[in-house]
Unconditional design. Structure first.
Lengths: 337, 369, 337, 369
């Protein structure tokens, strides 16, 4: 890192942390190129890329035609040319248009070519509910991507992590899906180190924990960590000590942290925004079954979106898991047997 | 920038205007036939003027609903009203279908009052906003860009297979034309000789991306060469030019001669959506120039000059549109919704798992109260 | 049904059963239209649609241009026009090209339009390993689709079921992904009823069961049912009574059959060809955790493909679960604790 | 059916043939410069003849390997050899890249011997078949049709961003041109002024689907209008015509003038792959006609007539190709592979979960022995 890195830290929104990190990473490595729909002159529809076009120019911050498959597909070629592509998919739901390039090409480029070409590609995409967006803007698709070998899946829940994980993602030689919770963009705010800050993949973060002993562990990722934190707060007032773990990255998965927490608590609630059937919570439960079955004192409880497509604005508050549902699930789990 | 094309195209259709007929009465609320007119009479010109004005009123009022916190994000149609009037007049609402993108639902009154009513529900965030009931042959808004183009082609193909008369018209934006779905579908349409009219609404912008960053094609009609189908570029702010191009395409479609690609050149006079700030990227001068060529004022002046439009017509239309909108909003806001409604219509019958979830849902609601 | 339906039954390969069913369904309902790449004159690259072009003509059996998204996308319009579309995706791996139409459109057509338009679409696609195909021909993607509400997922493991489930799929008013195991096309052969034969969705099939008491239940679908059956045979010789359950349909899922089997046996092995992480086996395990946790005497064991893209020909036998791995997993599970 | 186009195009380039130079020596194994020739001399004609013949030998021998049960499904190139010779001669293997579909790897010897060696490994089902080592600037086969077109455009874009000289050439089939990826990528190429040459190999068929069912476009060069880029259709069985078109496209690309779309009209003289039975759908007469126009015999006759090709040249080339292939197969079959190799190259470092799986894998292998 250049010695001109600022010291100290600053409270920022997650959105500002992302923007700040993109500035720093583009500064650090001139191979980094940002592109996608409206990322340039407009600074992104959420302003995540604000100021980058002016700072780094239209060669490195590129407004592309409106075509997700080509956005993902050209990233493959850019990577082979020696660039470090950071494409944006404007909303994760439109990664469906690029699935064949993401799952079939980006995820396998290194494998297919035996490392002649790597894919140091970071695909940024916002997703998640609670902000009254039109269809396909809110869908949580991480479970679908998790079954695709070759991708890493990164889902920060704090501004500091958004910085540390995004910087790690951009420097990672493998393709990373970096998913940004829409609802957290401005609502999540915390202390972000201004200098070099890298958060390694595959290390879960303990968000809430009783120093003595927790009754139950809540496992979550992305914005559901915030919901779980609030639930834990409320539960504490009701005398239930809930540990909260933020997975941070789904692939690679920190199975050790999961195992330790299950061994400590014996009772688990997993929270996800995605539909229940085969969301990533299923994998968390299957993993617990594998590595900590004998520590379980009660069935693991899933709190999920329902098995319906993400609904329209009037209904989304009924659909997305909230504090009430998490609290109820925890109480049920703690009371089981 | 798209400004040069615009100029060229705006200039072109003028000499085509062999449609000025003797002035008839100027009373309002013209009843139109279902069959599209073979030639445009005064009543049609007046009807199109009405439509354009109403669409602007609807569009702006829906926009304001969002500003008042009563509706969600929405995309105003301002600048493309002529396109809606011209295309819909050239279609038969009893045999033809329209598949919109997301801006057009304010200007398709010819296909039935439910189009607007349901669109209002849609922007209110009501699930019934997606339900445009029979017999109205208009589809709800499409958010996943260009995916509606293969739908339209499939629908046209299905009509052809069953020997149904009529055709399908689908709108998509200049930006959306960069999506693979647009090309794949146009190519299918060509091979299948599908009775479909594919209308690229070139309003100059895809959010902040100008047409010059979208494609190097000379214009969007040129894209038709890739599919071996006819393509035509018209001034989309001129309802008559649009009507003529659509009528011709429709004749071909219903005669079994296959698809047509129409580019309609308009200009997006407002922001992309309620969530957008176009001052960040739209050149002021370009917008000013486009506003001067606003299809509504140009057409109004033409009609006034020909003596088929009066201030009273204007006032009556605006009042009628206002009332119409007011009613739609009122009934929309009163439209009930069940909290567990999202379990409906996923499948004909919810799966056992969904039934379990629904039970849990209600237990949870109960526990809150 | 017309009274001209043939009586009796006949031993057929799964491929023949599919072909026979397509004939019967097209005969029964003239709204059924088949289309896709090479399904017409060539009768499909595996001959699944052999004879249909000659029998029903080029209006109803259509060779389309080579574009999966348009194949899926036009199905939406055909359905709205009142047809019953049966598109083929030549290999499931190329459904990635159509993901935005399948997951974003077909699965939601009814939902979005409040049942004005239904999507009585059956997408047929072969998949699965063991036959030395090129890349993306063998991949098992069912887990990725299972997280998409609105789709039904049907994966027959016998010729009779291929008939009964395909007929049900075509008549079902909702979209069905009908996945045909490449390796089973000619290898799976059994008695198929020649007349009307409908197998309802959501009802698992018991393939092997000891009339008295089973020690363990193996849960599988598609070709892995056949592998599991062979494993059970071998295990029987070694004194282990393994029940084998074929899920038949993943969505809807027969949780009752799963529950009953877990309650009976207390020990479970789930077998899938897909990569481990978030394959559908994870959902099966999560479901068991939900509904039969207290009956479990040992952790549920997963036998899966590994977390690598499906490999090239020389390596696939090392990758795809086989009898040996299933037998070992069962023994481990039976011996646990 | 594509037959009519074929005829027209076969006829056309003949009068372009201003490339016949004084006859030089006829010794074999010409050494070529890396830089593409500015004009074609005898040595180039001879080189192309050699290439075409060798490609046919390689293609047929690979096909036979499958028949002998030694290799997996593969797709012969028969009928398109001239295309490979002409395009590769027009490129500089030290600065330019080739992204093939799946048939072309037998004819790109100019880019290095590893292309064939690795292709043999590929058809043997060896994972190293995907690894064409540096410095050879050729990508491995692509199975997911047309996905390589955006890769090529991205690579060209990346070269341009870094001021590297050279260009990228990508092949795709007539069938593959119906995929959204082709169109999206061509449109990107236009907007980005990417130094890329997109070659649609129109061999008449996509498995059993004739071009007439693939598109109504007049020809595939016409598709360039959709992107505002130059498009040209050449006789792909004429190596000189292909060379000229490619050379021109390359000049434009390296001069910063952007992409070119080339249609090369050939004919698929064999089955789609080893798994295909073309007698089910290819009209006999059409195949017979195409076989008569087989680029190899036409070009051979031309060269013989001009006195630059002899029976000895032919025999020497065939013998050399046979030996070359034999060596590739021998070394390919001896190329070791580890059973757990699929855990490699998924990520730079396997995830902890994969490490656990690998341990389980070896425990399982152990338990078997
Ligand atoms: C597949 C897809 N990608 C991206 C978006 C996000 N998005 C919504 S509108 C829009 C621009 C559309 O531009 P255009 O097609 O020209 O239509 P206009 O808004 O100008 O009417 C974008 C990028 C989307 N809705 N769908
Ligand atoms: C995306 C995708 N869809 C379908 C296939 C199956 N498939 C393999 S080759 C082929 C035909 C390709 O035809 P064309 O592009 O003309 O190339 P050719 O084989 O004639 O060289 C098809 C349909 C595939 N490999 N990839
Ligand atoms: Mg636009
Ligand atoms: Mg071909």
């Amino acid at each position: 890192m250049s010695s001109s890195q600022p010291a100290g830290s600053q409270v920022m929104t997650m959105l500002d942390a992302i923007n700040h990190t993109l500035h720093q990473e583009m500064e650090r490595d001139e191979r980094v190129v940002l592109f996608g729909e409206d990322v340039g002159r407009n600074g992104g529809v959420f302003r995540a890329t604000e100021g980058l076009f002016d700072r780094f120019g239209e060669q490195r911050v590129v407004d592309t035609p409106l075509a997700e498959a080509a956005i993902a597909g050209t990233a493959v070629g850019l990577a082979a040319a020696g660039m470090v592509p950071v494409p944006e998919i404007q909303f994760l739901g439109f990664s469906y248009q690029a699935f064949h390039q993401i799952a079939g090409q980006i995820a396998r480029l290194r494998y297919r070519t035996r490392s002649r070409f790597g894919a140091p590609i970071t695909i940024r995409a916002p997703f998640g509910g609670g902000v009254r967006t039109p269809e396909l803007h809110s869908d949580s698709l991480e479970g679908q991507f998790a079954n695709i070998p070759g991708l890493k899946i990164v889902m920060p829940a704090s501004a500091a992590d958004a910085k540390g994980l995004l910087a790690t993602a951009i420097r990672d030689p493998d393709p990373v899906l970096f998913l940004e919770p829409l609802r957290g963009y401005r609502m999540i705010k915390d202390e972000v180190p201004l200098g070099e800050h890298l958060v390694p993949f595959g290390q879960a973060r303990t968000v809430v924990s009783d120093p003595e002993q927790n009754d139950v562990v809540i496992i979550a990722w992305s914005f559901m960590v915030e919901m779980s934190r609030r639930a834990a707060q409320q539960l504490r007032q009701e005398g239930v000590r809930a540990k909260v773990i933020d997975l941070r990255t789904l692939v690679p998965l920190d199975t050790e942290a999961i195992q330790a927490a299950v061994e400590e608590c014996g009772r688990v609630v997993v929270v996800q925004e995605a539909p229940e059937t085969n969301g990533f919570a299923s994998e968390v439960i299957a993993t617990i079954n594998d590595i900590a079955f004998y520590s379980l004192e009660a069935p693991v409880k899933r709190v999920s979106g329902y098995d319906a497509p993400y609904p329209v604005g009037m209904l989304e508050d009924y659909y997305v898991p909230d504090v009430h549902r998490i609290v109820a699930a925890v109480k049920e789990t703690v009371a089981a047997q | 920038m798209c400004a040069p094309w615009l100029k060229r195209l705006r200039a072109a259709p003028a000499n085509k205007r062999n449609w000025i007929f003797p002035i008839a009465s100027s009373k309002m609320s013209v009843e139109l036939e279902n069959a599209p007119p073979k030639e445009l009479g005064d009543q049609h010109l007046r009807w199109m003027m009405q439509q354009m004005l109403s669409a602007r009123v609807f569009s702006q009022r829906v926009f304001n609903l969002q500003r008042q916190g009563r509706a969600g994000t929405n995309a105003p149609v301002d600048g493309s009203e002529a396109l809606l009037a011209g295309t819909s007049l050239a279609l038969d609402p009893t045999t033809d279908w329209i598949l919109p993108q997301y801006r057009e639902l304010v200007g398709l009154e010819r296909f039935g009052p439910d189009v607007l009513n349901r669109y209002v529900l849609y922007v209110l965030g009501h699930p019934d906003g997606g339900h445009i009931p029979e017999p109205t042959r208009v589809w709800p808004p499409q958010i996943s860009l260009a995916t509606q183009v293969p739908h339209a082609v499939g629908l046209a193909w299905g009509m052809k297979l069953q020997g149904q008369k009529g055709c399908v018209l689908v709108y998509l934006g200049d930006g959306s034309s960069s999506e693979g779905d647009f090309y794949e579908a146009c190519n299918f349409a060509g091979v299948l000789d599908a009775p479909v009219i594919i209308v690229v609404v070139n309003n100059g912008w895809a959010i902040s991306t100008p047409v010059s960053s979208q494609t190097r094609a000379k214009n969007f009609a040129e894209k038709s060469h890739a599919f071996g189908i006819p393509g035509v570029s018209v001034d989309g702010t001129d309802p008559v030019a649009v009507f003529e191009a659509t009528a011709e395409a429709r004749s071909r479609a219903v005669a079994g001669a296959g698809p047509t690609l129409i580019e309609a050149v308009t200009y997006r006079l407002g922001p992309h959506t309620t969530a957008d700030d176009p001052t960040r990227y739209v050149p002021e001068a370009e917008l000013a120039a486009a506003s001067e060529r606003d299809g509504i004022s140009v057409f109004r002046n033409e009609l006034i000059e020909r003596g088929v439009w009066t201030d009273e017509d204007e006032a009556a239309t605006l009042a009628e549109a206002d009332a119409r909108m007011e009613a739609a909003v009122q009934s929309g806001e009163a439209h009930p919704v069940a909290p567990d409604d999202f379990f409906n219509h996923v499948y004909v019958e919810p799966t056992p798992r969904m039934q379990r979830q629904r039970t849990e849902f209600w237990a949870d609601r109960e526990a809150r109260s």
